[in-house]
Write a protein that binds this ligand. Structure first.
Ligand code: PLP
Length: 406
């Protein structure tokens, strides 16, 4: 039996736990869906609202450099995902950024019309890709294949390979470096969705030589509900970068109010309209939590939490089937368990203070976020899950009523 107290006492991330505000009596295993609140965000929001907005008024675009916030916050994220300086912009949502990079990439491969993606990718990725294919309407199509068929699908009609590194439902992780190399050999551009990667473990976009990437600010980056997303382009694509949403803040000189659009140099061309200063400031403050954090050590703790949780569940609730690959290289940091009544089981858990979530059709999802989770909490969550299963406490009509957001 592992000594849980010893693990928590020796845990270097006890320091970052103290940087978060978490309610008493809650074990929060949903940081893969909405990150917890870093304390620094409260102070920053109060300051930005009262001082920067309230007193500075419009002057703050210059005096507090609101105008360059998207690039500045981008630099903080760049370090976490192996992006070179000035290759990352914080802007819009992941969905909108997917639209921008998909059209950009397709235009870089004229004569090829196919977007390949994985069946079971997050819906917005497939929806946006299908929408882009329809919009361009020159024989463009989205082709969805199984993970094992991706390499074989990279024929000479394929322009873009659009993949999410870590699957939102199962937590399975694709081989970003290997698949990017295979795509390059086939003349195919890659777009990586890092929503379940950024802030969860070390990502190396430069090392993998990926072409484009997008990702989310509100999951492992803890930027708050609806936080702005990020968009990355490899240095080789920055010169003459053209994206389809030619808004004024992606212009080379927005305040010249010129009659015609001329893209900003570099990644600045990915900007569209006025940045949401409040939510971008929240994300900026949230990212301070990562200062001095070794992502390798973060991942190592996530792996130990994973092992602890899955071992305990195997013992206490053997009827739950692990849907996540157990081999560390083949997964992200969430644990997905299958049960035909997964929704009801999760509602019973939430009522007992263990917050995870449900994904169709039968997945119980638990996010392991080492920045603010202790070994004791993860063990306790497994015990409560075991109890809910053993007693059948989940089997009540009120746990089966679906909420709007699951
Ligand atoms: C969460 C998530 C998104 C979210 O996109 P939004 O535009 O922020 O709603 C996109 N892709 C993946 C893989 C996700 O997990």
């Amino acid at each position: 039996m592992t000594d849980i107290t010893a693990l928590d006492t020796a845990d270097p991330f006890a320091r970052t736990r103290a940087l978060f505000d978490l309610p008493d009596g809650i074990i929060y295993l949903d940081g893969n869906s909405l990150g917890a609140l870093p304390r620094a965000v409260k102070g920053r929001m109060a300051e930005v609202v009262a001082t920067q907005w309230g007193e500075g008024l419009i002057r703050s675009w210059n005096t507090h450099d609101w105008i360059d916030l998207p690039g500045r916050v981008g630099e903080r994220i760049a370090r976490l995902i192996g992006a070179a300086p000035q290759t990352l912009m914080v802007a819009d949502s992941t969905s909108v950024n997917l639209f921008k990079v998909l059209v950009t990439a397709l235009r870089l491969r004229p004569g090829r019309q196919v977007i390949v993606s994985e069946r079971g990718n997050f819906p917005t990725d497939a929806y946006i890709a299908a929408g882009v294919a329809e919009l361009l309407g020159q024989g463009h199509e989205l082709r969805l294949v199984e993970a094992s068929e991706i390499e074989a699908a990279l024929g000479d009609d394929v322009a873009v390979l659009l993949l999410t590194e870590v699957n939102y439902r199962t937590g399975a992780r694709l081989d970003m470096a290997g698949l990017t190399a295979a795509a390059q050999r086939a003349g195919v551009l890659t777009i990586w969705d890092l929503c379940h990667s950024a802030g969860a473990f070390p990502v190396d976009l430069s090392g993998a030589d990926a072409d484009f990437a997008v990702g989310c600010g509100y999951k492992y980056l803890n930027g708050g509900p609806g936080a702005p997303a990020f968009v990355y382009a490899a240095p080789r694509h920055l010169e003459g970068l053209r994206q389809p949403l030619t808004g004024w803040l992606g212009h080379a000189a927005p305040f010249s109010f010129a009659e015609t659009y001329r893209p900003a140099a570099g990644i600045g061309a990915m900007r569209v309209g006025t940045p949401p200063v409040l939510s971008m400031s929240a994300l900026d403050a949230a990212l301070e939590v990562f200062d001095g954090v070794d992502l390798g050590a973060l991942r190592a703790k996530a792996d130990r939490l994973f092992e602890l949780f899955t071992d305990e569940v195997k013992r206490l609730a053997p009827e739950l089937q692990l849907a996540t690959p157990s081999e560390p290289a083949r997964r992200g940091t969430q644990v997905s368990l299958r049960h035909p009544e997964a929704y009801a089981v999760m509602q019973a858990l939430i009522e007992r203070g263990v917050i995870g979530d449900f994904r169709e059709p039968d997945i119980l999802r638990f996010g392991l976020t080492p920045l603010y989770l202790s070994f004791a909490e993860v063990k306790r969550a497994a015990e409560i899950l075991g109890e809910v299963m053993r007693t059948g406490a989940w089997d009540q009509p009120r746990y089966k009523v679906r909420a709007k957001v699951v």
